[in-house]
Design a protein around this ligand. Sequence first.
Ligand code: NAP
Ligand code: ZN
Length: 346
Amino acid sequence: MTKVKAFAAPSEGAPLVATIVDRRDVGPDDVQFDVLFCGICHSDIHTVRGEWGKQTYPLSPGHELAGKVTAVGKNVTKFKIGDHVGVGCLVNSCLNCEPCKTGHEQFCQNGAIFTYGSTDRDGTVTQGGYTQSAVINHNFVVSIPKNLPLDAAAPLLCAGSTLWAPLKRWNAGPGKKVAIIGFGGLGHVGLKLAKAMGAEVTVLSHSDKKKEDALKMGAFAFHKMDKAAFDSLKENFDLILNTVSVTVDTAGYYELLKFDGAFVVIGADPTPTVSLSTSVGVSKQRVFTLSLISGVQETQDMLNFCGEHNVLPEIEVIPASYINEAFDRVVASDVRYRFVIDNSTM
Ligand code: NAP
Ligand code: ZN
């Protein structure tokens, strides 16, 4: 066991404080790496503030880890010391069930183990990336292309992979009109990915504040959503991705789908509702679904794509002492567009 510097919430809703977490010794299948940067995902905030149910504390969140390998176990051939690596939302699964075997480890039938707050197979509760070092099974470690700076690459590990999976699944590309609801950490990466895939991307936001930024990042159009916008955009999109962290007018947005379009819930709305009447929903062959992060291979594919197309999140690098203020700013939609912790400051 190694003691590692970290930031963690001591109890539900309490500010995060400097602390120490235990990391296991490097096993034969493990990769140990210095976590140099970790993005702040809104899920970290939902979790430590108790918005997603009871947790075990102290809890160090963070599932956008980027760093450099410091040791590998004897069975590990894919990584060597010094490699640039990342870990997203998953650190373990059975690897034998159908979802695991088809690259969807997040739906492991024997229980996916998430990067923080999950009880791992050895009975310990997982601790996330707000820490200076991590030891993770090599099957859940991905390579970060050398041309991507580690600080800006960090948010790709959750935000990037979470948007990549539904964009690929629903064939975002030339000729497809994609709408992204919510222009935050996930939303802005979704715009960059979909644009690089060749789709026409429209951003739907709750204010006008981010219009200029969205257009600069390649949006075809930007709308502050009010009644006139809802009316003018009816049956307009092939794919709509909802990345908002609060409840939205799901039924209203669903009407913006074309025939055969798909609406994907990604944000944390716990009770998305839409009326699937035969006249409005089913008769137009529209799909209504949810998407949960992505599998490990999909995450690697996304990173390779970002390396090739130079897709990089917009970040603000912060010292660890700023984490609590950063949380408040994320909740207030006052982040442009992802906070990334410089873990050397812990
Ligand atoms: P974020 O950076 O805070 O972005 C959320 C966006 O939602 C904001 O930028 C804002 O966009 C909009 N929003 C926030 N407060 C609002 C309000 N009061 N009214 C209307 N719109 C509001 O969060 P994130 O890190 O991108 O995460 C977004 C959500 O996805 C979170 O709930 C997170 O837990 C969830 N998530 C899901 C998955 C998954 O696998 N399904 C993975 C990661 C995260 P505008 O200013 O443009 O309106
Ligand atoms: Zn996340």
